[in-house]
Design a protein around this ligand. Structure first.
Ligand SMILES: [Zn+2]
Length: 109
């Protein structure tokens, strides 16, 4: 299986097999090294590089940490994987910028 990766729209999107799958402006957890935070929550502004390692799709992005404001380029971060069914984004990337309480409670009283 061949995985085609491209950056589109001034590197705002990662295209996997000609579909826009991962967009900038998402918030990614980056462990260690990006800034002085234990885990940096980085708002991606643009992708710098994208690659595939087996089935795992990884990207590096330019962005800044929402906690301390440090800016820079992330190390390689897994953004998803390619399965037989298609691309599967890594879960946990899309943290809301607000510290909102757990959503998903159904049935308001
Ligand atoms: Zn930080």
């Amino acid at each position: 299986m061949v995985t085609r990766l491209r950056l589109l729209d001034d590197a705002a999107w990662v295209s996997v097999n000609d579909r826009r799958e991962v967009g900038a402006s998402e918030v990614w957890p980056v462990a260690g090294g990006f800034c002085s935070c234990a885990v940096a929550w980085v708002v991606a502004e643009a992708f710098v590089d994208v690659g595939v390692d087996g089935r795992r799709v990884e990207a590096r992005a330019r962005g800044h940490c929402v906690e301390c404001g440090a800016a820079g380029t992330t190390p390689w971060v897994a953004v998803g994987r390619v399965t037989d069914a298609g691309f599967e984004p890594t879960t946990g990337l899309r943290r809301s910028r607000q510290r909102s309480p757990v959503s998903g409670r159904r049935g308001d009283s």
